[in-house]
Design a binder for this molecule. Structure first.
Ligand code: ARG
Length: 252
């Protein structure tokens, strides 16, 4: 209730966002994206983003509801008001900042290359990836990066979900995959017992693609809502909750 009043206050003061009820904040998320957002066998939504998102909502005294949305429609879905925020391991970068507003980063993992254990590719570059098939999730920063840097020589295969990338890696239909490190590690290295490894450099640059880590996204006019999440994130970092969740999902 308090947030509703203060949001309306902001609306009246700035003439920005329309007066609307954020008693329930709907959060869009693309699954499966292990270990960030996925369903347990019994159907429960879980993962680092889900647990952190729920903790942030609790801290901010907001009611939140997760809305499942395919990655390629996730920014349009936010703009079309199908949901009010995106918490889906979304990388903050300048291109996206033109369209949407980001919270402070809540995590800053690199991107990484994954190959079968016996692969001869030791350092991915224009030359070593010539004629190879590279798997990415469509519309991700990894897709944008390989499209711009390897697009002319390699065959880039774009998949709807990161799980589909892992499935085709396992089926031997891909030479290499380029994914957010935590997801490639969970989906390939940890879960497919010894079949896959990381190769080459982990990438956090160029910033044009890999930006400033993962953020929660909002419509541009919802600055007040973004600030509410930033405040809650700072509080969870201060009181140890963030750390507990982080070590639960990323023990090493
Ligand atoms: N971090 C990458 C990006 O922002 C990929 C995120 C994909 N997230 C997901 N839940 N499928 O482009």
């Amino acid at each position: 209730k308090i947030i509703t009043l203060s949001l309306m206050g902001a609306v009246l003061a700035t003439g920005h966002a329309q007066a609307r009820d954020y008693d329930t904040v709907r959060i869009g998320v693309d699954i499966p994206y292990v270990p960030m957002e996925y369903r347990t066998p019994d159907g429960t939504l879980t993962g680092f983003d889900i647990d952190l998102g729920n903790a942030l909502c609790k801290q901010a005294e907001l009611d939140c509801k997760w809305v499942i949305q395919g990655w390629d429609g996730i920014i349009p879905g936010l703009q079309a008001r199908k949901f009010d925020a995106i918490m889906s391991s979304m990388t903050i970068n300048d291109d996206r900042k033109k369209q949407i507003l980001f919270s402070d980063p809540y995590m800053t993992p690199p991107s990484a290359w994954f190959t079968p254990k016996d692969s001869t590719i030791s350092s991915p570059n224009e030359e070593s990836l010539k004629g190879k098939s590279i798997g990415v999730q469509r519309g991700t920063v990894q897709d944008n990066y390989v499209t711009d840097h390897y697009g002319s020589n390699a065959s880039i295969k774009r998949y709807a979900t990161a799980d589909d990338v892992a499935i085709d890696m396992e089926a031997g239909r891909l030479d290499i995959a380029f994914l957010d490190y935590p997801t490639g590690k969970a989906a390939l290295v940890d879960s497919k017992s010894g079949q896959f490894k990381t190769v080459g450099d982990m990438l956090t640059e160029p910033k044009k693609y890999f930006g400033e880590g993962f953020g929660i996204a909002f419509r541009k006019r919802d600055r007040e809502l973004a600030e509410t999440f930033n405040k809650a994130l700072a509080e969870l970092k201060d009181n140890g909750t963030y750390n507990t969740l982080y070590t639960k999902y990323f023990p090493d």
